[in-house]
Design a protein around this ligand. Structure first.
Ligand SMILES: Cc1cc2nc3c(=O)[nH]c(=O)nc-3n(C[C@H](O)[C@H](O)[C@H](O)COP(=O)(O)OP(=O)(O)OC[C@H]3O[C@@H](n4cnc5c(N)ncnc54)[C@H](O)[C@@H]3O)c2cc1C
Length: 386
């Protein structure tokens, strides 16, 4: 039966919306979750699956990541289904001299902010990940709190527990409009009917701007594409998520219209390797191109030459919800009472999603959040200045 009324309507069945619905239901809220496709059918189901904080910057960026990692741990203890969260530790490797000052600056800033990281030498890097190419490694950074998960199982697990707590989840149901009267949310209209509510959470990921338009506001979130390769299942050979430090130097490559690439590699519990990545501004296009596939293979084989004999079974691309300052948009919106933002998690939403869901639930249940989110509001100036 289709829901007629709810205390909160959450739009989007990705990791952010699913976590929000779960944490609200735990506080006895009457929640309806609306998803136009199926849960984890978009970015939350097609990504690198890292729960990663090593490259998060000092300030609110790392604060959010550390908070959310603690929520992943909490979920691992309380959700029934194992979602393969493994806090193995994470490694960033340096293979070019120009990366060193950027990495050192990052470590300095993190240290000053109370979130230190450990610099490791080439020998230690090779002890941590023996498959890496010993001729190329200059050194690295180790972070014991990072790891990987299975985001599809995470979302499935959140949805399953939320349903047990009474959340109504409507898949293949698209939000078409939101009625706002005298500055307050009144109802949400979908292709299957209208739900009376005075609270809507916009967890629509890359479509957050479309939902914003329904209440007359601009939400500066845009899709940004990232492509990856998946290999056949092989015995464990990569023990931790590995990132190349070129990300610290060339972060913006590709955002100006070109194709960016850098090393990311990890191995799922299933034995498949997830290898990346290339990125480009391709709107809502999920197709991979030959150049991306070749570049990802080259970057990974240079870093780990023995990969040349491993079969790739598929490539995929997806897009993440991009904001100009690389931070999510969380919290209420001026002038539209009852409209709450929970979008724009960029390339970090698997890590940040559970924490964001918890914070939004706290906000709606108590009016406060355990991590201050004022600087993540929609009205911040960093969202409109490049
Ligand atoms: C290749 C790639 C690798 C990545 N790797 C990582 C990583 O390793 N670690 C990490 O932390 N992050 C990673 N990310 C980023 C992460 O995947 C995203 O930030 C995260 O999944 C966003 O979650 P979300 O719930 O906000 O959005 P989504 O998962 O996109 O969910 C939004 C949902 O809203 C639904 N929706 C939209 N409009 C409507 C409507 N009108 N009505 C109903 N439903 C609607 C959509 O169908 C969608 O399912 C990666 C992203 C990509 C693309």
């Amino acid at each position: 039966m289709f829901s007629q009324e709810a205390e909160v309507v959450v739009i989007g069945g990705g990791v952010v919306g699913s976590a929000t619905a779960y944490f609200l239901a735990k506080e006895n809220k009457n929640v309806v979750l609306i998803e136009k496709g199926h849960s984890a059918g978009e970015a939350s189901g097609g990504n690198a699956a890292w729960v990663w904080s090593l490259t998060r910057k000092a300030g609110i960026d790392i604060t959010l990541a550390m908070h959310s990692i603690s929520i992943h741990q909490q979920l691992q203890a309380e959700l029934e289904l194992d979602f393969e969260y493994r806090a193995s530790g994470g490694l960033m490797i340096m293979d070019a001299e120009n990366q060193v000052p950027f990495v050192k600056e990052h470590l300095d800033q993190r240290e000053k902010d109370g979130h230190p990281l450990e610099m490791v030498d080439a020998k230690q890097v090779l002890e941590i990940e023996p498959m890496l190419n010993r001729d190329r490694i200059l050194g690295g950074v180790w972070n014991p709190v990072d790891g990987t998960t299975n985001p599809i199982l995470l979302v499935a697990s959140l949805n399953r527990e939320a349903e047990k707590l009474g959340v109504q989840i409507h898949h293949h149901t698209e939000v078409k409009g939101i009625d706002v009267s005298q500055g307050r949310v009144k109802s949400v209209t979908t292709n299957r009917g209208t739900i009376k509510t005075d609270c809507v959470v916009n967890a629509a990921g890359s479509w957050a701007g479309h939902i914003g338009k329904m209440v007359g506001i601009t939400v500066p979130v845009s899709p940004f594409q990232m492509a990856m390769l998946v290999t056949e299942r092989i015995p464990r050979c990569i023990f931790h998520p590995i990132m190349g430090a070129s990300y610290m130097v060339e972060e913006d490559t590709g955002k100006e219209g070109g194709l960016g690439s850098g090393l990311i590699a990890s191995q799922q519990v299933s034995g498949n390797l997830l290898l990346g990545a290339c990125w480009r501004d391709a709107g809502f296009d999920k197709r991979t191109i030959q150049e991306e596939i070749e570049r990802i293979a080259i970057v990974n084989i240079e870093a780990m030459p023995s990969l040349k004999d491993i079969r790739v079974i598929r490539s995929f691309a997806n897009f993440f919800p991009h904001t100009l300052d690389d931070l999510p948009i969380l919290g209420p919106v001026e002038g539209v009472e009852g409209f709450i933002m929970a979008s724009g998690h960029n390339g970090h939403g698997i890590c940040l999603g559970p924490g964001s869901g918890k914070l939004v639930a706290e906000l709606l249940c108590t009016g406060n959040t355990s991590v201050p989110i004022e600087e993540l509001k929609l009205e911040r100036s960093a969202l409109s200045v490049e």
